[in-house]
Structure formats: structure tokens, C-alpha cells
Design a protein around this ligand. Structure first.
Ligand SMILES: C[S@@+](CC[C@H](N)C(=O)[O-])C[C@H]1O[C@@H](n2cnc3c(N)ncnc32)[C@H](O)[C@@H]1O
Length: 255
């Protein structure tokens, strides 16, 4: 799904407050760097919001159902969505702008790079990953978001009481993700999440949850609490990733 997005945006809304690109966030500092690997200054995500509040980060917010609904339901928290597909990032930002949600922001860019190399330590209260792309083909497996390095860096950006929320319709990916999280030693054993009955057609956490449940397919869900173990340090952005940032290329590399 990365790289794709809605073609028609309908009536344009002003998304200037709600939407930023990761490349733009890093551009000023990047332009001052010599070539090679680069560790940017750590970003405090509070700087993206007008009012300080606990930050909840969504990886791959897609069309933004969760981000906008959660921001509306929990005004005392700040919601930051990071979405690789520029069209979907714009759509989510539009949804948030139209509802006047000052506690929702969208970054257009690669969430794995943002978590690994940009966000400061212990700056996030929760990381939400809902229905991550399964990348079925063997040669694309390395693109899966949920892997050991991801969980290591998610643990780093989380506060000590922080939580990772994982929901997927792919049992094999879910099992693999739980093994990866456990292997880091940075999370306690996963807690199950009970399925909630939907009161109406749009009473689902995300678009993909809605689609999956209306098709009577199962969803695997877990919440992972941080353990006391100290996570690894922030990792630099590689030269190759810097080129992708400069050229505005959204997709991860295909090899
Ligand atoms: C299957 S969709 C699920 C969307 C939404 N979470 C839902 O449940 O309806 C996966 C989304 O993750 C996005 N995505 C994939 N890799 C990403 C990455 N590295 N960083 C940010 N978004 C990513 C895709 O563009 C897509 O919008």
C-alpha cells in the first residue's frame, strides 16, 4: 500500500497546521551536514502541537479514522500520525483540519525512520500500529514495519510506562511481531485486547478493522508494556535514506 493514495481530494482544506513532511522537518539541519550518515537533533514531538499533552504516535495512519476519532475523543492527549503514502497523509490531515482538531498532526514520511533516528528518547506515551502492510512476497519481507529493530526503537521513544498497541488481520505476522518484541527484552509479555462490539457501521478503530470485521475475519490484538530494561541509542540516518529524503521518494527501497 505505500506509495498509493487517493487520487481525488475533493474540496481542498487548509492543512498547513496539520500536515508536515518529514523531509521538511529535517531540511534546515540536513542542508548544513556533510555527506554520509547523519544523526539529526532529537525531535520533541510536543513542538508540533500548540498545547503540551501526552503524545500518542500512530504508525501508518492510512485514511485517518483512528487518528481523528481518538483526537476528538481524548482532547487531553496529542495525536501524531506518520504516513508513508503522501495522499493518505493529506487525507488524514484534511479530516483533522475539517474537524478543527488542534491535538492532531500528521507527518508525511517513513515512520520507521522517524522512530529510529528522529524522535527523542521518552517523548511518546503510546505507539499505535494498526494493520501494518503484511508484504507477502519473500523478497519484500524486509519492509515489514514490526521487527526487532522497530520494537527496540519504539521502546526508546516511549516513556517508562509507555505502551505499544498492535492490531492485525494476519496471524503469522502477529506471531512474528510478538516474537520480535519478546526478543528485545524491552517489553513485558503481551496483554490481550478484547474485541469490542461495534454500535454502528463506523464504530471501528480503523478502516482496516472495519473492513476485516465486516468480512467476518479475525483480528489479532495485543498491548505491550515497557519493561525496565534500557533501550539502545538512537540510530543515524544513512546516506541512502538522506538521498531518498532529498528527492522526496516515499517508498522504501526495493531490492
Ligand atoms: C494496511 S494500511 C492500514 C491503515 C490503517 N492503519 C488502518 O488500519 O486502516 C497500512 C498503512 O501503513 C502505511 N505505511 C506502510 N509503511 C509505512 C512506514 N514505514 N511509515 C509510515 N506509514 C507506513 C501505508 O502507506 C498504509 O497507509
Amino acid at each position: 500500500m505505500p506509495g498509493r493514495g487517493p487520487k481525488k481530494r475533493g474540496l481542498e482544506s487548509d492543512v498547513s497546521e496539520h500536515l508536515r513532511s518529514l523531509a521538511d522537518l529535517l531540511a534546515a539541519e540536513e542542508s548544513l551536514q556533510a555527506d554520509g550518515e547523519w544523526l539529526p537533533s532529537p525531535l520533541d514531538p510536543q513542538s508540533l502541537f500548540s498545547t503540551p499533552a501526552p503524545i500518542e504516535l500512530e504508525v501508518g495512519c492510512g485514511k485517518g479514522l483512528f487518528l481523528a476519532s481518538a483526537a476528538e475523543a481524548h482532547p487531553a492527549h496529542n495525536y501524531l500520525g506518520v504516513e508513508l503514502a503522501p495522499g493518505y497523509a493529506h487525507l488524514t490531515a484534511t479530516r483533522c483540519a475539517r474537524r478543527g482538531l488542534s491535538n492532531a498532526r500528521v507527518i508525511s514520511g517513513d515512520a520507521t525512520l522517524m522512530i529510529r533516528s528522529v524522535l527523542g528518547d521518552a517523548t511518546v506515551h503510546a505507539v499505535h500500529v494498526y494493520f501494518p502492510d503484511p508484504w507477502w512476497k519473500a523478497r519484500h519481507r524486509k519492509r515489514r514495519v514490526l521487527c526487532e529493530p522497530f520494537f527496540e526503537q519504539a521502546a526508546r521513544v516511549l516513556i517508562p510506562t509507555g505502551v505499544v498497541h498492535v492490531w492485525t488481520d494476519v496471524e503469522e505476522y502477529f506471531d512474528e511481531a510478538m516474537v520480535s518484541a519478546a526478543a528485545t527484552g524491552l517489553f513485558k509479555p503481551p496483554r490481550d485486547v478484547t474485541e469490542r462490539a461495534a454500535q454502528n457501521d463506523f464504530d471501528y478503530r480503523t478502516h482496516f478493522e472495519r473492513r476485516t470485521r465486516l468480512a467476518n475475519q479475525p483480528v489479532w490484538r495485543a498491548e505491550l508494556d515497557r519493561s525496565d530494561r534500557v533501550p539502545p541509542a538512537r540510530q543515524p540516518i544513512t546516506m541512502f535514506e538522506r538521498i531518498r529524503l532529498r528527492t522526496g521518494e516515499a517508498d522504501p527501497p526495493t531490492k
